[in-house]
Design a protein around this ligand. Structure first.
Ligand SMILES: Nc1ncnc2c1ncn2[C@@H]1O[C@H](COP(=O)(O)OP(=O)(O)OP(=O)(O)O)[C@@H](O)[C@H]1O
Length: 250
């Protein structure tokens, strides 16, 4: 039997700064999953995702993205993946449409097809009134949405987002959530960090909790409840209990 291809398989992933930030982490995320990665401040979420996205070299371990060894072949891995940072960088002098056209050009996408999909993407994020305004006057939330649209231009199969909803107003957050859910329905995989536990509770197929660079719990909401021995508890209650137990054991 052929083993099922994972969207992401991380094994023994390790990064140390002055102390371990990610500590021999194993993580497997299936194709088509919406996965929420949770953890307290400083748990190692961003460091993990930056290593997965090829922005930070691990001290040890492996990263496989849709079957490609991302450390040995980062170019192929990046072609199927999008990384959306919590501090997005866009070009201020360009309009959203020009920015997406620029990104599409970097990926070698035919301008005739890229323009209409860029327009659709930006409109689905509620940016229609601003398509031809320079990004320099945009708020943080508007810039976040332009960066997200830019990251999706090459139609990635794996979309990794660090805190994509922070700072977004309710309507913008709804646009972003809708877009991500649509991508998952189309067969993409989404991995997202968030401190907004209601979002993880409502949107994620599976949830992983990391603390001190290690995975301390993982499963569907129902599985986490079962592991916790409570049927009625909220994700917030479980999260706090898990993190407290871990801190007490450290
Ligand atoms: N470039 C760096 N240099 C030194 N230490 C770093 C660096 N990046 C991260 N760290 C440390 O690694 C640990 C994990 O940080 P990381 O940003 O991955 O946590 P996080 O789970 O994303 O936190 P948050 O929820 O606050 O964003 C922290 O102790 C942090 O101070």
């Amino acid at each position: 039997m052929t083993p099922e291809l994972s969207a992401l398989a991380v094994r023994g992933l390790t990064k140390r700064f002055d102390r371990p930030a990610v500590d021999a982490l194993d993580l497997t995320i299936r194709v088509g999953e919406f996965y929420a990665l949770l953890g307290p401040n400083g748990a190692g979420k961003t460091t993990t995702l930056r290593m997965v996205a090829g922005l930070l070299r691990p001290d040890a371990g492996s990263v496989s993205i849709l079957g490609t060894d991302a450390l040995a072949d980062p170019v192929s891995a990046k072609q199927v993946m999008a990384w959306v940072s919590d501090e997005p960088m866009i070009y201020d002098k360009l309009t959203p449409l020009e920015y997406l056209e620029f990104v599409a050009g970097l990926w070698g996408i035919d301008p005739r097809t890229s323009e209409s999909s860029a327009r659709d993407l930006l409109m689905s994020l509620g940016l229609e009134p601003h398509l031809n305004e320079r990004c320099e006057g945009f708020s943080k939330g508007m810039r976040q949405k332009v960066a997200l649209a830019g990251a999706l231009v090459h139609d990635p199969r794996l979309i990794i987002l660090d805190e994509p909803l922070t700072g977004l107003d309710a309507l913008s957050a709804r646009h972003v959530k809708g877009l991500l859910q649509e991508r998952v329905r189309a067969g993409c995989t989404v991995i997202m960090t968030t401190h907004i536990l209601e979002v993880a509770e409502r949107m994620a197929d599976r949830i992983g909790v990391i603390a001190a660079g290690r995975l301390i719990a993982e499963g569907t909401l129902a599985e986490l409840r079962e592991q916790n021995g409570r049927n009625d508890t909220t994700l917030e209650d479980m999260f706090i209990a898990l993190v407290d137990t871990e801190a007490a054991a450290a």
